[in-house]
Design a protein around this ligand. Sequence first.
Ligand code: ZN
Ligand code: ZN
Length: 184
Amino acid sequence: MVKVLKPKRETKKVPVKESALKKESDVLDPRAESLRILSQFYIGETDLDMKSRQMLIAHGKDVPDGIAALELLKDRVVITEDIDLKLKMYQAIVDLLSVLGMKDDLHTIQEIIARVNLKSFEELGFERVEVECAEDACPTCRKMAGKRMNIEEALSSMPLPCKECTTEKETVQGYCRCRYFAVF
Ligand SMILES: [Zn+2]
Ligand SMILES: [Zn+2]
């Protein structure tokens, strides 16, 4: 069964005092974030450290934990055949890229996810999709809210992820998390 990837619910940020801004709580710890993301697939600290060592041997220099985690996920995604699990892994890669601030790669993987979703809808016999905006969607994205189009059209023009998105999330500016859902 193909699931429509719903945007994750944001926890509302409680306003903090000026002096408390940009303290540790705001700064993401790439190792902790990597491990949190990897844990969804039962990949643990030992796997991450082993990957880091392999990469150190292969490249002759230390690699950041986030990059090693990214490689681990990429290794897994290519050998995963279950489409739902594959999509979940791609989404995890996107989450990790947002932590690492790698916007271009993030956008590329989001396009892969959008294509897989659109094709799945098509295979299920749907002809049209509707744009569902993320809760934190920017004004540019909001203009597309509820817009319906043929799947063919969506596949050729790829309106999602929105290229002019200005939503800021983690360390990425322009992280569009709007989705398609299938309509009759
Ligand atoms: Zn946007
Ligand atoms: Zn968007």
